[in-house]
Design a protein around this ligand. Structure first.
Ligand SMILES: NC(=O)c1ccc[n+]([C@@H]2O[C@H](COP(=O)([O-])OP(=O)(O)OC[C@H]3O[C@@H](n4cnc5c(N)ncnc54)[C@H](O)[C@@H]3O)[C@@H](O)[C@H]2O)c1
Ligand SMILES: O=C(O)C[C@H](O)C(=O)O
Length: 376
């Protein structure tokens, strides 16, 4: 049996027309288990041919937890699929092009990642994308509700503050809504916050052993002397746009102290990280590479949770009761059923409490806009 399955897989590789696109007879027989008998997960990327989608497809093909990778887009899916499928990693890659193939792309998936939609140009807010992206997310979520209602869904398409409520309303309408399985991806805010905070030289303060002291350095010094961003963890709560992005610098790990100026600088930089990239790209789109990295990191955390790993904690924008708002980003623990624990905000300082009030005001409108889009 095992040998036969290996032969099927090898012959599929030898005949490219059998492996790349939906509709070829050889695909259905391919073994869907990862090497070593460990069950792998089936992952679909919707918007796989885009700036985020292409790099994300590559990173997910490299993930040993993925046994099957479905790449769906309304353009260029065959090319991206052919390209990614040549990587000598375990996941079987299949491509799906256009709306008629959406259902096949989604059927049987454990995790669906959604980076489909238009990106910002300089001068635009994320909310300016609402008119186009709301409809795209709605259609894709209708497909998810029909074909893989139990999948974990990672929403990347902007404005995330509204597209997650849109997805929730679509799933409610279809009777498939499970708040534990719908997650807005805000990992890029955490990735940025970790990077920017790590540019501060953190040295041990022997007078206060429980606390690390920080110094602002010039950029070049910081690059040489700063700590590794992977050793820094900054919780970022609220949402994913401007003032709704609320880094909790009082809760940075390792514990660190910042001056008022440092807090202002860092908070601004983190809140405007997306705009910084949009302006630097000067009309050629928004963050794609750092976003694909962040999305792959978050998807990997979801898969590790599904696999049963313990202590998988990430920030995500989810259905929440942490504040009076129905959606809010906080740290969550991921497990076999998706979001298994939502962490409270923890103690906030005065600066963060003021930021929270501003964030909630803007978030409330964005959530309402998303909900109204489906209910209208
Ligand atoms: N959550 C975050 O932190 C974050 C970060 C960066 C970008 N984004 C958002 O992600 C989205 C994608 O950004 P990008 O730079 O990859 O854009 P892009 O234009 O490069 O790619 C988008 C892809 O979506 C596809 N698409 C459009 N309509 C579709 C549909 N109905 N079904 C399937 N695919 C469809 C397009 O064909 C394209 O390939 C944007 O909305 C952007 O604002 C979010
Ligand atoms: O800023 C954008 O429009 C894209 C994304 O939300 C980001 O934070 O980079």
């Amino acid at each position: 049996m095992e040998v036969n399955q290996r032969i099927v897989r090898i012959s599929a590789h030898l005949n490219p027309s059998n492996i790349q696109m939906e509709g070829s007879s050889g695909l259905k027989r391919v073994n869907c288990r990862a090497k070593g008998g460990v069950p792998g997960f089936k992952v679909a990327i919707l918007g796989a041919a885009g700036g985020i989608g292409q790099s994300l497809s590559m990173l997910m093909k490299m993930n040993p937890l993925v046994s099957v990778l479905h790449l769906y887009d309304v353009v260029n899916a065959p090319g991206v699929t052919a390209d990614v499928s040549h990587m000598d990693t375990g996941a079987v890659v299949r491509g799906f092009l256009g709306q008629p193939q959406l259902e096949n792309a989604l059927t049987g998936m454990d995790l669906v990642i959604v980076p489909a939609g238009v990106p910002r140009k300089p001068g635009m807010t994320r909310d300016d994308l609402f008119n186009i992206n709301a409809g795209i997310v709605k259609t894709l979520c209708e497909g998810i509700a029909k074909c893989c209602p139990n999948a974990i869904v990672n929403v990347i398409s902007n404005p995330v503050n509204s597209t997650v409520p849109i997805a929730a309303e679509v799933f409610k309408k279809a009777g498939t809504f499970d708040p534990k399985r719908l997650l807005g991806v805000t990992t890029l805010d955490v990735v940025r916050a970790n990077t920017f905070v790590a540019r501060f030289k953190i040295i041990y303060d022997y007078q206060k052993p429980e606390c690390l002291k920080t110094y602002v350095l010039g950029l070049s010094d910081a690059e040489v002397l700063g700590v590794d961003p992977r050793d820094v963890n900054v919780p970022v709560v609220g949402g994913h746009a401007g003032v709704t992005i609320l880094p909790l610098l009082s809760q940075v790990n390792p514990p660190s102290s910042f001056t008022k100026e440092e807090i202002n600088y860092l908070t601004n930089r983190i809140q405007n990280g997306g705009t910084e990239v949009v302006e630097a790209k000067a009309g050629a789109g928004s963050a794609t590479l750092s976003m694909a990295y962040a999305a792959a990191k978050f998807a990997d955390a979801c898969l590790r949770g599904l696999k049963g790993d313990v202590g998988v904690v990430e920030c995500s924008y989810i259905t929440s009761q942490v504040t009076e708002l129905p959606f809010f980003a906080t740290k969550v623990r991921l497990g076999r059923t998706g979001v298994e624990e939502i962490f409270a905000l923890g103690p906030l300082n005065e600066y963060e409490r003021a930021g929270l009030e501003k964030a909630k005001k803007e978030l409330a409108d964005s959530i309402q806009k998303g909900v109204a889009f489906i209910k209208k």
